[in-house]
Design a protein around this ligand. Sequence first.
Ligand code: OAD
Length: 254
Amino acid sequence: MDFAPDLLASLRAARQIAVFTGAGVSAESGIPTFRDAQTGLWANYSAEDLATPEAFRRDPVTVWNWYAWRRELMRDARPNPAHQAIARLETLVERVSVITQNVDGLHRQAGSTEVIELHGNIWDSICADCRQPAPAEAAIEVPPRCPHCGGMLRPAVVWFGEPMPADAWHRAAELSERADLFFCIGTSSLVEPAASLPRYAQSCGRPVVQVNPEATSHDGIAQHVLRGKAGLILPALFDAAWAEAGAAGGRSHP
Ligand code: OAD
């Protein structure tokens, strides 16, 4: 796999790298992306039908069961070479900030230490009424009840029509302004406002690197478009950048 010399040089010179990811970075862990047709029982639903406060109010059992199904899909999933390469990047660059739309927790599992989960985390539950976090594992009821107020529990994820956590969004925007390189990996860039981050980074003069087997609307703003699977491209790219510099796994900065 060949990479542009200026991209390799930019990687080695970078002090801060922002890595914006979507469902595609977890595809090689066996987790279906959102734009993949849903399978089996859920074939007649789309994420947009189920991941909303209205759907939960209307039919909490179906929404809760959909997330239970997604958790089961993810339970055996492990970080793939893309997550691992992003985590290893921290040993090569001063600061690597992962800004993910994914709720599967695989970046942290891979060892990434700065992970901003714009859309929350599917493994956590909160009360739909008092918003307090609550464990749901041992529950029998569907959905489980809040131990604090008796309300229904829901997954601690951001639904369509809900705002992202304000602090997560502000941190993501700040990182997009300052990154020496802004990677956009495995996202169709269809869901706002998360999808505006690569454009914002580019508007702040930050070089955007797109990694996706398919074209997206962000190809046009990317300084580098790496067409292919993240699990293949990222390890090869980082090896090429640092092997060439002879920095066997060490940072190129003191
Ligand atoms: P999508 O399913 O919309 O897009 C997945 C992207 O990953 C597509 O562009 C694929 O081409 C690409 N892809 C597939 N396999 C890949 C691989 N091996 N390596 C790299 N890229 C690959 O998922 P998202 O863009 O993450 O929102 O969707 C964004 C949001 O829409 C999600 O966070 C969710 C969803 O509805 C909420 O739940 C609020």
